[in-house]
Design a binder for this molecule. Structure first.
Ligand code: GLC
Ligand code: GLC
Length: 651
């Protein structure tokens, strides 16, 4: 029945389409719309079916998709078709990403284009340019408080600059990732301004309340994201004489997706950026899209329905474009952002692997891999056509987002263990060489997260200050070890700009009033190009890190077993300092790579007996793909030097 209704609605919509749309060549569009409409209709109906204007809204949605399809450049339409044929293209081990701010990295978009050669020098072929859309000068949350989704911020450049950047990257076979901040707008966005002036249409774009009654009910179950700088989830707007929901900073107004007009606007904006050349769109804070009294307002079922609907609509207009879910949530919840009840991803093809990130940092602090092994064991399987974004650092803080159950299973007590990690990384703990700072300290719950650059958290800053060559060596080894893990784990490794040359904390943020309250700015540096030049000068810190990563990326590209086809087998090495897993080439199961990392300051060994049973690994012939050397052996055991990793294969 549903199916018939959807069919006749589609026919009605198509016959009512505006003449200019009908006259276009829409062959591929119609085919894809036909294939996806039942799903689009069902989801749209589940979300908005109760409304009197459901039919008009459906009509507007289809028109929006059709108009963006008409605007889609031929070159991208061609790419869509190629990617539809080769639909697992992004699971390949060929891809390595880097995330950066265009201003922080290069000054602006023009200069970023001029620096494209740097990515090729390193081997990076996916560039995530963090928000470039117009935002207020003072209250921007690093670009994540957008005041105009269709304008490039003056400080970054212009629309032409982004077009030119997209062209340049495409010529070099580098993928472009852009952000669309879906969950909220800046209070200076036109919609928020109109709402403030009393325009009810736009008040309905947000969650607006005339008194505290409903906000208080929400507050009972909603956590605080920025408890120290933006406590509470609602802000009083004087002009409007009303409260508005502001989950993040008080100038970031949450969009109201129970209004289909908001959905359609934001869908249009996603497609707009797809048409400007984004190969991948990073969807910010997706866990927060749906709000419900009595819940944490995260990971709600409707948030998933919205994402499924966005994916289906994108599939019709720009099927070559992938989505990244930025959902920094519990491990069981994260995997749901790939989509559920489907073999192929039905929401976002790619998701941040915040679990692996936090677990790796746990291993660094404890020099033990007990929690890392346990946590990865509990990481749910992903869908077939889906992949992780594996990272060590990004522009945000590190949340200790692993499960208390896993902490217990690893043999620790959750509260003191988390406390220890915060102390360790903020340098409060005895011998810790880490130089981070707490972020988002919550006085009520005692929770905190961690800010700091990779190099400073790994001890490089302290080692350089001490001028101690051994400490410097260790910190560099830790940096390289962590990259050795994200490059082989399965998924797209995402480097963070500056980490490849050992950039330490930038403490100047405290001098800037707009940044001083937010410790995340200590790891959002202005890239130092003079320092980057040292990558070519032998034996400098920059040279050692950069060349190691460069080599790792180029070796990774040659190792088919590193492509992400759910082909990872965890190995219980019996040694609590090692993290070990096998990667199996999905086309030739005899082609295996044993990855092993030693998180301890002392050499560790691993018995290989149990590996023989998995076949193939004959240790007499083992060699390390990364260094090209034979690993050290003692009797029958593999010896892994301190903070080293191997990518082992039988010759
Ligand atoms: C995302 C961004 C973060 C920002 C938040 C609110 O999580 O990564 O930087 O503060 O969204 O937009
Ligand atoms: C929380 C949110 C995430 C955001 C971060 C910013 O972890 O879940 O979306 O990026 O806070 O600190």
């Amino acid at each position: 029945m549903y199916e018939q209704v959807s069919h006749s609605l589609l026919n009605e919509i198509l016959s009512d389409l505006k003449p200019d749309i009908k006259s276009e060549n829409l062959r591929h569009f119609y085919t894809r719309l036909g294939a996806n409409f039942y799903s689009i209709y069902s989801l749209f109906h589940l979300l908005y079916g109760e409304r009197d204007d459901f039919k008009q809204q459906s009509q507007r949605l289809v028109e929006t998709m059709a108009r963006q399809y008409m605007l889609r450049p031929d070159e991208y339409k061609q790419k869509d078709i190629e990617r539809e044929k080769d639909h697992t293209w992004f699971l390949s081990q060929q891809w390595t990403g880097m995330a950066l701010y265009s201003d922080g990295f290069a000054g602006d978009l023009k200069n970023l284009k001029a620096k494209a050669g740097y990515f090729q020098d390193l081997g990076v072929n996916m560039v995530h340019v963090m928000p470039i859309m117009k935002c207020p000068t003072d209250h921007s949350d690093g670009g994540y408080a957008v005041s105009d989704f269709r304008e490039v911020d003056d400080r970054m450049g212009s629309m032409e600059d982004i077009d030119e950047l997209a062209n340049e990257l495409r010529k070099r076979d580098i993928l472009l990732t852009l952000d669309v901040v879906l969950n909220h707008t800046s209070n200076e966005h036109e919609w928020a301004q109109k709402a403030s002036q009393g325009d009810e249409k736009y008040q309905d774009y947000y969650y607006v309340f005339s008194n505290r009654e409903v906000p208080d009910m929400f507050e009972e179950t909603m956590p605080e994201i920025f408890p120290d700088t933006a406590p509470g989830n609602f802000t009083w707007i004087e002009d409007m004489d009303k409260w508005v929901m502001t989950v993040f900073k008080n100038y970031q107004w949450d969009l109201n997706y129970s209004n289909p007009a908001v959905f359609i606007e934001m869908m249009d904006i996603i497609l707009f950026w797809a048409n400007r050349g984004a190969d991948i769109v990073r969807l910010d804070a997706v866990a927060f899209l749906w709000k419900k009294i009595g819940s944490t307002c995260q990971n709600e079922r409707e948030a998933h329905l919205l994402l499924q609907l966005m994916k289906d609509c994108c599939q019709v207009t720009a099927p070559g474009v992938l989505f990244i879910a930025e959902a920094i949530v519990a491990p069981v919840e994260v995997a749901r952002y790939f989509g559920e009840d489907a073999i192929n991803a039905k929401e976002c093809e790619i998701a941040y692997n915040a679990t692996l990130m936090a677990l790796l940092w746990d291993a660094v602090a404890t020099k033990s891999t007990k929690l890392l092994n346990q946590g990865i064991k509990s990481l749910p399987d992903k869908l077939e056509r889906a992949t992780w974004l594996n990272y060590i650092r990004c522009h945000d803080d590190i949340g200790l987002g692993f499960d208390d159950k896993d902490i217990l299973l690893a043999g620790y007590d959750p509260i003191p263990h988390r406390r220890f990690l915060i102390d360790y990384f903020t340098g409060e703990f005895n011998h810790s060489s880490a130089r981070g700072r707490p972020f988002g300290h919550n006085a009520k719950t005692g929770d905190a997260r961690i800010s700091g650059s990779l190099a400073s958290l790994a001890g490089l800053e302290a080692a350089l200050d001490n001028g101690d060559p051994d400490e410097i060596d260790d910190a560099i080894k830790i940096i390289i070890l962590l990259h050795g893990m994200i490059m082989s784990f399965g998924g797209i490794p995402l480097l963070y700009y500056g980490d490849e040359i050992g950039t330490t904390n930038d403490y100047r943020y405290v001098e800037d009033e707009r940044k001083s309250g937010d410790t995340r700015w200590m790891h959002r540096p202005a890239f130092d190009w003079d320092k980057a030049e040292l990558r070519n000068k032998p034996n400098t810190v920059e040279n050692r890190i950069f060349q190691a990563l460069k080599k790792m990326i180029s070796v990774r590209k040659e190792v088919a077993a590193f492509a992400d086809f759910n082909n990872r087998e965890l190995r219980d090495s019996g040694n609590p300092h090692l993290f070990a897993f096998c990667r199996v080439n999905h086309q030739h199961v005899s082609d295996r790579v044993l990855v092993v990392g030693n998180f301890d300051a002392h050499p560790q060994h691993m018995e290989l007996d149990d590996l023989k049973e998995t076949g193939v690994i004959q240790h007499s012939q083992l060699y390390d793909l990364y260094s090209g050397e034979k690993p050290a052996m003692f009797k029958d055991a593999l010896v892994i030097p301190p903070y080293r990793f191997y990518w082992l294969q039988a010759r």
